[in-house]
Design a protein around this ligand. Sequence first.
Ligand SMILES: [Fe+2]
Length: 240
Amino acid sequence: MGDAERADETLIPCFERMAPDEWFVGKDYLHVLSNYQLDVDNIMDLSHIDYLHSGTLGSPGSESAETEVRQEGDTVYSLRLVRNERLSPELEKRNGVEPGSRFDRWLDVRWEPPGVMELIVGRAPTGNPEPRNVGNAMYFFHLFTPESETTTHYWFAVSKHKSGGEAAKEAVSSDIQFLKKPFETEDLPMLEAQQRTMGCDADFWELKPVLLSVDGPGVRARRVLDALIKAEQEAAEVGQ
Ligand SMILES: [Fe+2]
């Protein structure tokens, strides 16, 4: 999609935690039959992990998260903190934690237009008023490139600092394999069903979507993108 002549590498945002000289980066790819903005909506609302990924990435209780949407320039953050949470048995096993342990877990997304995102997932033993200051974090990346109005190239990645040595290298490889299954078998069918329901050429806003509070970050990102697209189109018209 778009005018190849206008591609400008200097506009690619910096994700320093994907720099291969300092970080082990596990990567994989999926082709999605949905518009990239639907894919962005999905990551901007991570309450979905309790519904779509209840057996793997989610856990009961995430619905009562403390959330915040923040905008700095054209960057939008979707911040989410769940207190006193028990991880799913699958995550307890993968992370080597005692079954039944309680954590405060945060899932903080940074979105850069048009659809590249860093997700920081961290956790700390429950009880600290500022868990983000004391816990450990992991880094994930969701990079959506529009292929057409209704299809998207979806690159996703996980990184760990090289100071973690061989164990970190093995972990990124294991994590990316683990993540691909829920992405492919749980997110994609939902996204593609959304696209089918909307049809091929419907305008998102003209469909008058019912917005819930969890949609705040996704809507903010859409507004930023709408403004950027409008400005680019107006500049192109002036230049003609
Ligand atoms: Fe998901």
